[in-house]
Design a protein around this ligand. Structure first.
Ligand SMILES: *[C@@H]1O[C@H](CO)[C@@H](O)[C@H](O)[C@H]1NC(C)=O
Ligand SMILES: *[C@@H]1O[C@H](CO)[C@@H](O)[C@H](O)[C@H]1NC(C)=O
Ligand SMILES: *[C@@H]1O[C@H](CO)[C@@H](O)[C@H](O)[C@H]1NC(C)=O
Ligand SMILES: *[C@@H]1O[C@H](CO)[C@@H](O)[C@H](O)[C@H]1NC(C)=O
Ligand SMILES: *[C@@H]1O[C@H](CO)[C@@H](O)[C@H](O)[C@H]1NC(C)=O
Length: 570
């Protein structure tokens, strides 16, 4: 951390206290320009991340209770127990509260452990307290404005007590999303895949997959799950809606054996809605609900709609995690396919904020939740927004406490399921390699002689963990959409499988599967190894799928019967 003295801040001339810089950036990102200082009287709601008591102990606990064979396996802990690790120390609380009350400011905790507080203050107060220069920036692409500062600092005696403040230096990703997504969409191939896998001819006709064909490909049962308290939660962010009529059309078309009125429950936060205007059907909400309900037959699905905070998806993600932590019984499987973040990747998240979000997922892991995310559609990196030096890994997939799902398809030139070229994969710059994947990832690096080692951080958490079909057919606004590939679909398929397996365990009185990765890395044989395909990105050939784990397909695609056998024996 860089220490700077007050004199370096023109604003602070004459102020005695020494400040420590927390975060800074050279200028606004492309597309944004400053239109001048924000009026001092404007009110900001700032979130402060307070340093936790003992995050390493939280992580150790998560590994203990998630590692098969450990005496604590499956012994998930309560939020009260988690709070002991995550809460700030009494010293931190008293320093921060006396600092704020010196300016007559009050805070409210916004997380169960109180490690994250919200404070309303005027721009003038924020500039003073944080040695900041809050200004108004115009986003040319969508003609909206945001208030941000290019740097901020805290008094030296709070160093080690406040991790970060948000929103400050992180700008929203806006504008070009739709156009870029279209560029990566893979057109449905006209030629049928000549698969050597024994799937029926009918399923080989079309390159886009349907629930029936996926059931056949991965051995997923179509018989309804036994009724239990197990729930599959599907995340919606930024008011991305799930349309009930599209779901019904989908079930009538693809699951004629199911009740077409099978619906999802709704929970909302941050002003989330689930508007049913057909044209507002979401590009995540629709396929996510259709593929979870259409594959996790009989498992209740709850759509978790998070509203639109002003230009602040990262806060929405933190809010969602903390909302789930407050529930007495959070859904045991959570799918998060947010596509804004799939273009965002690590480069649009500060490492401080990324670590906080990941620690919220670690808490969900400690509660026994399987949190399943996609790895995005940018191959080894290279979004229009991101950085390529090093490759830009997907976030939140790069968090070591989530299960990251990459993409596959049947390519005309390949007789087998192959790594999809869109499949996000690579190595984190925020998170070190967790020990559960050490052997698998070292094996890959050795086998490939660290090809392109300069382009990525060899010691980072590697993704994906596994993969599944990335091209499916779904219904949106009444129409069949089947030309695009996205690992969001892959993640929805895998989350459905996990929800079914969890249900089987819960039905016989066993705990759910919780955080999956230690189980996955100890049992690679339950996946169909995928050894062809690559994920070009950043104007490079990217990584190759290889035997065993690789940064295109992880361990490969799931085999339900093998997973079922494994999970039943736990
Ligand atoms: C805080 O409030 C008290 C009482 O209203 C006032 O006297 C004092 O000047 C205020 N201090 C600041 C820093 O605004
Ligand atoms: C901050 O302001 C918002 C909007 O006016 C309000 O809803 C919220 O309760 C306030 N928070 C605090 C900590 O005072
Ligand atoms: C393949 O596509 C055709 C035309 O869209 C459709 O009629 C048929 O049901 C599809 N087959 C399968 C197995 O999905
Ligand atoms: C590589 O990852 C490790 C572990 O997260 C981190 O300590 C290191 O700073 C990273 N290096 C680079 C160049 O990103
Ligand atoms: C991928 O395979 C190609 C062809 O065999 C090889 O030239 C290249 O070095 C491989 N890339 C990596 C990252 O291993």
């Amino acid at each position: 951390m860089l220490t700077i003295v007050a004199a370096l801040f023109p604003l602070l001339v004459g102020v005695a206290s020494e400040f420590v810089l927390l975060e800074r950036r050279d200028g606004p990102p492309p597309g944004f320009s400053s239109i001048g200082p924000t009026p001092g009287s404007e009110v900001l709601t700032l979130r402060f991340a307070l340093s936790s008591n003992d995050i390493p102990a939280l992580h150790e606990t998560v590994y203990d209770i998630s590692t098969p064979g450990n005496a604590l396996y499956g012994k998930y802990i309560s939020q009260e127990e988690i709070n002991k690790f995550v809460a700030p120390s009494a010293d931190t609380l008293s320093r921060v509260s006396s600092w704020l009350s010196g300016s007559n400011l009050t805070s409210v905790p916004v997380t169960p452990a109180g490690d994250w507080i919200s404070v309303n203050m005027t721009v003038a107060q924020a500039n003073d307290l944080l040695a900041a220069d809050f200004s108004t920036f115009q986003d040319q692409t969508i003609d909206a404005t945001v208030v941000r500062t290019l740097s901020y600092a805290i008094p030296r005696d709070l160093q080690g007590h406040i991790d970060w403040v948000h929103p400050t230096v992180k700008f929203p990703v806006t504008g070009t999303r739709a156009a870029s997504f279209v560029n990566r969409i893979q057109t449905a191939s006209a030629k049928p895949p000549t698969s050597s896998v024994s799937i029926s001819a009918d399923c080989r006709v079309n390159s886009s997959w349907t629930p029936t064909c996926l059931q056949e490909l991965y051995g997923i049962p179509s018989t309804p799950a036994k009724p239990t308290a197990n729930v599959l939660g599907v995340s919606g962010f930024n008011n991305d809606f799930a349309n009930k009529r599209d779901l019904k059309t989908f079930l009538q078309l693809h699951r004629p054996d199911m009740n077409p009125n099978t619906a999802f429950d709704l929970i909302t936060l941050d002003g989330g809605l689930n508007n049913q205007l057909p044209q507002n059907a979401g590009s995540d909400g629709d396929p996510d609900t259709q593929y979870t309900i259409g594959l996790a037959t009989g498992v209740p699905v709850t759509y978790i709609s998070t509203g639109t905070l002003p230009n602040d998806l990262l806060t929405e993600m933190l809010d969602q995690a903390n909302f789930l932590l407050r529930l007495e019984n959070p859904p045991q499987t959570i799918l998060n396919t947010n596509s804004d973040l799939s273009i965002g990747l690590e480069s649009v998240v500060s490492s401080a904020m990324g670590i906080s979000i990941c620690n919220a997922y670690a808490q969900l892991a400690a509660r026994g939740v399987s949190y399943i995310v996609q790895t995005g559609i940018w191959g080894a990196g290279g979004t229009p927004f991101g950085l390529c030096t090093p490759f830009d890994p997907p976030f939140p997939a790069s968090c070591p406490f989530v299960t990251a799902v990459g993409g596959t398809f049947f390519d005309n030139d390949e007789p087998e399921e192959t790594g999809a070229f869109i499949s996000g994969g690579g190595f984190s710059t925020f998170f070190g390699r967790p020990r559960y994947q050490d052997a698998a990832v070292s094996g890959y690096l050795q086998a490939t002689n660290n090809a392109q080692a300069t382009a990525f951080n060899v010691s980072g958490r590697a993704v994906p963990d596994l993969s599944a079909i990335a091209q499916v057919s779904y219904i949106s606004d009444g129409a069949i959409i089947d030309a695009g590939s996205a690992t969001a679909f892959s993640a929805a398929i895998f989350a459905s499988i996990i929800a079914l397996l969890t249900n089987e365990r819960v039905a016989v009185g066993k705990p759910g599967l919780g955080f999956l990765n230690p189980l996955i890395y100890a049992n690679p044989g339950v996946f169909n190894d995928i050894t062809t395909g690559s994920n070009p990105g950043c104007d490079t050939p990217g990584f190759n799928a290889t035997e065993g784990w690789d940064p295109v397909t992880g361990f490969g695609s799931p085999s339900y019967p093998k997973l079922q056998k494994l999970c039943a024996a736990l």
